[in-house]
Design a protein around this ligand. Structure first.
Ligand SMILES: [Zn+2]
Length: 318
């Protein structure tokens, strides 16, 4: 059994990019049984009504394999509704907060608003997971991005924006008495892993890594098709990637999440130069060849593709 806890199935208005049914076809080919879908769709998934509509798009025979993260906003009533959905719908796996703007408008950018989210969840006694996209908006340098030189994308979203946001989330979770699991999505550098590892003593916290951040470095963006390798957070320099691999080998990364995020090729090579890569397509080769190739044990691969995920989401998956 393998689970991919981070895919963007799109569907609905964005069916031209990807659909839930097609993601299941890709997952089957890649040896993945269950998927956790992300809510930054159009419209975003933030209410019970959205959840009902979403579940109608799932092929009936796969309803036991489909789970969705419900999006979080800074609105207290919305947070309460999201937690209710998590309690009432088995398919709602947890909450997702975009602490930095990536793709779509579903964001909670201000630290004060993020604090409100953790505080509200603490007051509600929420024991589930909140998955967070960490890139601190005020440290992003959008002006450095030049599509003629795609590698500038990595400079425009520097490591420190991710690291500072990870720090913020851990600090806020601790301060507010948040009693669920804080999950840091797609860590792109070793510093984020170190922060998570240190915080494990005090709070329930996990982190995930994508195949693309572990396999590739930022030079991929120098290829003639470099714009295809634009994703958030971006690919990093070779040294950072090597360190990330080292931590992965040491079991400091809880799970592999693909952040499968397809767009039409034209939307990536031409304006608006969308961010995202269809990384579920890399999964089988990544876990069967790449990871053993860099010396990751079979036992650890089992944990990162299933065991650690099953432990955190035990109640939903049984
Ligand atoms: Zn994502």
């Amino acid at each position: 059994m393998k689970i991919d806890p981070h895919v963007h199935c799109r569907d609905g208005k964005q069916s031209y990019k990807e659909t839930i049914a097609h993601v299941f076809a890709v997952a089957d080919a890649q040896g993945v049984q269950k998927i956790f879908d992300m809510p930054n769709t159009d419209p975003p998934i933030t209410t019970e009504e959205h959840i009902k509509e979403r579940l109608k798009l799932v092929p009936e025979e796969r309803l036991g394999d489909y789970f969705v993260w419900i999006g979080i906003t800074a609105d207290e009533n919305q947070i309460k509704e999201a937690v209710k959905c998590w309690s009432n719908y088995k398919n709602v796996i947890g909450l997702k907060m975009f602490a930095g703007k990536s793709v779509g408008d579903l964001t909670v950018l201000e630290k004060n608003d993020q604090k409100k989210v953790y505080k509200t969840l603490a007051d509600l006694g929420y024991k589930g997971a909140i998955a967070v996209h960490c890139e601190k908006e005020s440290l992003l340098k959008g002006e450095l991005w030049d599509p003629k030189n795609p590698m500038t994308h990595s400079k425009s979203r520097p490591k420190r924006a991710e690291i500072k946001s990870v720090k913020d989330q851990i600090e806020l979770a601790k301060k507010t008495g948040f009693s669920g699991t804080l999950h840091i999505c797609h860590v792109s550098c070793s510093e984020s892993v170190e922060l998570v590892d240190l915080a494990r003593k005090e709070i329930s916290v996990t982190c995930g890594a994508t195949p693309h951040h572990v396999m590739w470095d930022q030079k991929m963006q120098k290829r003639p098709d470099g714009l295809l390798y634009k994703m958030n957070p971006p690919l990093r320099d070779k040294k950072s990637v090597e360190k990330l691999r080292e931590y992965l080998k040491q079991g400091k990364i809880d799970w592999i999440e693909t952040d499968h995020a397809p767009h039409q090729v034209g939307e990536k090579l031409f304006p608006p130069y969308m961010s995202g890569y269809p990384s579920l397509c890399l999964y089988k080769d990544f876990v069967e060849n790449f990871l053993p190739g860099i010396g990751v044990s079979t036992e650890l691969i089992e944990k990162m593709t299933y065991g650690n995920i099953a432990r955190v989401f035990e109640d939903k998956l049984k």
